[in-house]
Design a protein around this ligand. Structure first.
Ligand code: ADP
Ligand code: MG
Length: 437
């Protein structure tokens, strides 16, 4: 491993065991312990939705289907006898060949205790307690075929995703779609979603600009765009009014993809913006002033609701909210929706939440099902049919300065992001047709 955390060879990772445990977490091991209380209620409850003057284009929750369903009864308990499955690294990034070994579960104490002992999980179906619940067992064991599609199919998908002919296979919108990828929770997949959707759209004939608006610069890293101190970045556009075209960099290896990087300078922007004229619309001005015609501008927001995110919301017409299929996923969403409504009322009347994407879905957990159901019940058809699974290739890709689309195009992660991008493109065309009708 290099000092900067990159590895020379993907095989090293699997074989040194560095990522083995993560792979195991992703695909086969007992779920980490789930809190037993309190129930995962949104802080503001339903009233915030109902009382909101503008619904934000979001269907308000019906009383029959509370947003705050108790997901404990859906939490997954593990069979303590079930072997853990550990997938070792692939022989090569492009041609998967996994070996699996069974590792007996070690302990029922520690962080995994609740999950490992079903009797400790409130409302656990009785069948789970003696391991006799067929449904549960089949979810636990029927794992690999879907995670690892057969090689030929995987290779076919890879070619489809990489689209070497450069054909326009995803319909291009008739005008630039500026989408802000926002969720004030950290680690829900905003950056991963921005990077992979951008690459997928660009590989399929769209001109795409990624604006990295997070001082951590993760999107710049993921696209392998230099973003060390001294590189002109989005901070210069916001604070020093540098035109975007002087800052945007071509993303190597991906036709028609550009990135406006973020350096650490951006960390100061939140405070410096406070005293700047038209502080909320600096990014909007920079984007409208950019002469290059883009089909998509994707803005990767920081995990906060400060001025940087407000700038993104003012610049965008659409908000894409990635929601992680985890226990606390819905907490804080009210706050985000309220902020979006405020921006729409005062600063950007065109803004709407157009897309919800479920990320890091682990289909072996009932919790993921419960979160998916809740989100679909409340956001309706704004939720994409495509769901992004928890997939170790997705998390490995950035350490190679790549998206999963190019790092392992046959993987489940790449396939799912490709499907999400296709759905976004097709929905855009439908919206355009109804707009023009
Ligand atoms: P955010 O931008 O919301 O903070 P990130 O996109 O940086 O979130 O994702 C947080 C972490 O989760 C990263 O380490 C990323 O590699 C990992 N991750 C994101 N999506 C997936 C996925 N589908 N499967 C596995 N790991 C993922
Ligand atoms: Mg991020």
């Amino acid at each position: 491993m290099h000092d900067d955390g990159r590895y020379d060879d993907p095989r090293v990772i699997g074989l040194t065991g560095d990522l083995v445990s993560r792979e195991t977490d992703d695909s086969g091991r007992a779920a980490p312990g789930l809190p037993v209380s309190p129930s995962p209620r949104l802080p503001d409850g339903e009233s915030a939705w109902r009382n909101s003057p503008a619904s934000g284009g979001i269907r308000p929750p019906s009383p029959e289907v509370p947003l705050t369903r108790n997901v404990h009864d859906s939490s997954r308990a593990s069979d303590p006898q079930a072997p853990e499955r550990v997938a070792l690294g692939r022989e090569s990034a492009a041609v998967p060949a996994r070996a699996e070994v069974a590792v007996p579960q070690q302990s029922t104490s520690g962080p995994g205790r609740l999950a490992a002992d079903p009797t400790l999980v409130p409302n656990a179906p009785s069948g789970r307690q003696d391991g006799a619940d067929d449904t549960y067992v089949s979810r636990e064991t029927s794992t690999r075929e879907e995670d690892d599609p057969p090689l030929a199919m995987e290779a076919m998908r890879a070619v489809q995703i990489l689209n070497p002919s450069g054909e326009v296979t995803m319909p291009r919108p008739d005008r630039t779609r500026v989408m802000c990828v926002a969720n004030q929770k950290g680690g829900v997949g905003k950056t991963t979603t921005t990077v992979n959707l951008a690459v997928a759209l660009a590989l399929h004939g769209n001109r795409v600009l990624v604006v990295d608006l997070d001082p951590q610069g993760n999107a710049s890293t993921g696209l392998n765009v230099p973003h060390h101190t001294g590189i002109p970045d989005v901070y210069d556009c916001l604070i020093n009014s540098l035109p975007l075209e002087e800052v945007a960099q071509v993303v190597e290896g991906i036709p028609s993809l550009w990135c406006v990087p973020a350096t650490i300078d951006l960390a100061g922007a939140e405070i410096e913006l406070v005293s700047v004229v038209a502080r909320e619309s600096r990014l909007a001005r920079a984007i409208t002033g950019y002469p290059g015609h883009f089909d998509y501008v994707l803005i990767d927001c920081p995990p906060s609701l400060g001025l940087l995110t407000v700038n993104a919301l003012v610049a965008a017409e659409e908000v894409l909210i990635p929601i992680q299929c985890e226990y606390y996923a819905l907490e804080g969403l009210n706050q985000l929706i309220n902020n979006i409504n405020l921006v729409r009322q005062h600063l950007n009347p065109r803004l709407e939440v157009s897309t919800i994407l479920l990320t890091m879905y682990d289909r072996r957990t009932r919790l993921a099902d419960a979160v998916e159901q809740d989100v679909r019940n409340h956001f309706g058809d704004k939720v994409l049919q495509a769901v992004i699974p928890r997939n170790v290739r997705v998390s490995e890709a950035p350490s190679y300065g790549q998206s999963v689309m190019t790092y392992d195009p046959g993987s489940r992660g790449a396939t799912s992001y490709f499907e999400a991008a296709q759905e976004i493109a097709e929905r855009g065309v439908k919206a355009q047709v109804s707009r023009n009708a």
